[in-house]
Design a protein around this ligand. Structure first.
Ligand SMILES: Cc1ncc(COP(=O)(O)O)c(C=O)c1O
Length: 380
């Protein structure tokens, strides 16, 4: 049988590769971005309760209204802004589905989409599957700051979308208010849609405020926000998230959503609606993860790795250029096989595989796991 791959350059994701290698060599796995501790028993009990109470058939296509109400309340409370639960919020099967659906709903062949690298890996294939062209803006280690003049130069009549991600996976950097104002200025009076991937909105450190697109009125009017309950409530396997946007954009989103997912796991939605009513369940997250970041960094401060503390997400990047000049993918594999510690090499998220000798470590792990990982890092 003859067929032509629509994604000839895509292979198994680095997350699957490194996790499989970690399993094979019984290595500590700080590669993939998931916690190795349980989510709150209260939330697990709420899902069982919802199942036992009959929430087992299709949820409404845009999501359970109770959950959409709870999401709307969160935006009101945190950002003093409103998204209408009926027309401006849709519950999705994780942020990945929301991102794919947004891109499918708006990107046509030869449309250009600007992304910032290192970039989370699901943006590029979704753009390419829809015939779009990825236009990369490479951010440089160690601060990963955006050169907005470069962005301005890359915007033209074919630019249909800009994808941002703050706090950013994998670099752990965040956009400042100034960054958001520049983005707003550059997209004002254009038809460019902004896809703002905010899955780590509740994991931001050192007292910084998350700069959501919804805080900037002109940006809000052209933006989708994507969010992930898996990231927020320590259960990435539940694959539940949502997106918000102005209603005209959301109407287009739902045209696609209803034919690829239709609706999302109903009992989980019921449980999340109840759980979200207690804001501390997400407000406490930054301090919870800041303690983990600080523990991890204090344990490796005398190691030969160089670092700037992560400003958000549950990832810390470490520069190993004092140790070896090996290609980062080779070093990550050797670290897993010979030393028993798995991480993600940053070059896979970069334009042209740019290798800055940096690995990404996930610190959403128990303190014991972080201590064991630190021992290995200190021994190198
Ligand atoms: C930046 C970013 N966006 C989206 C996702 C996907 O989230 P979900 O698991 O809810 O699909 C992830 C998961 O790692 C991520 O890091």
């Amino acid at each position: 049988m003859q067929y032509q791959s629509k994604l000839p350059n895509v292979s198994i994701s680095i997350f699957s590769v490194m996790s499989a290698l970690a399993n094979k060599h019984k290595a500590i796995n700080l590669s993939q971005g998931f916690p190795n501790f349980k989510s709150d028993q209260k939330l697990i009990d709420l899902v069982s309760k919802a199942m036992n109470s009959g929430f087992n058939q299709y949820a409404p296509m845009p999501g359970s209204l109770e959950l959409r109400d709870a999401i709307a309340n969160k935006y009101d409370l945190l950002y003093n802004t409103s998204y209408h639960p009926e027309t401006e919020i849709t519950v999705t099967a994780g942020a990945t589905q929301a991102i794919y659906t947004i891109i499918s709903a708006f990107i046509r062949p030869n449309d250009e989409v600007i992304i910032f690298r290192p970039a989370y890996d699901c943006y590029e294939p979704a753009i390419e599957l829809n015939g779009g062209k990825v236009i990369s803006v490479q951010l440089e280690a160690p601060f990963y700051k955006v050169d907005w003049n470069e962005v301005r130069e890359k915007i033209n009549n074919n630019t249909k979308m800009v994808i941002i991600n703050t706090p950013q996976n994998p670099s752990g950097s965040v956009f400042s208010e100034g960054d958001m104002l520049r983005l707003q200025e550059l997209t004002k009076k254009t038809d460019i849609i902004v896809l703002s991937d905010e899955v780590y909105e509740h994991i931001i450190f050192d007292g910084e405020k998350h700069q959501s697109v919804c805080l900037f009125s002109d940006l809000k009017s052209r933006s989708f926000i994507t969010a992930s309950f898996g990231k927020t409530f320590h259960n990435t396997g539940w694959k539940t998230g949502y997106c918000c946007s102005p209603k005209e954009l959301m109407a287009e989103f739902r045209k696609v959503h209803q034919f690829n997912v239709f609706s999302v796991h109903h009992p989980t939605q019921k449980a999340l609606a109840d759980y979200l009513n207690e804001p501390n369940h997400y407000l406490d997250l930054s301090s919870f993860y800041q303690e983990k970041r600080d523990l991890f960094l204090s344990l490796i401060q005398d190691s030969r790795f160089k670092f700037t503390a992560s400003k958000g997400t549950y990832f810390q990047v470490l520069d190993y250029s004092n140790i070896t000049q090996e290609y980062d993918v080779d070093f990550a594999k050797r670290l897993t096989i010979e030393k028993g510690l798995a991480a993600i090499p940053l070059s896979v998220f970069n334009d042209f595989g740019l290798d800055n000798k940096v690995l990404r470590f996930c610190f959403a792990k128990t303190d014991d796991t972080l201590k064991q990982a630190a021992e290995i890092l200190n021994s190198i």
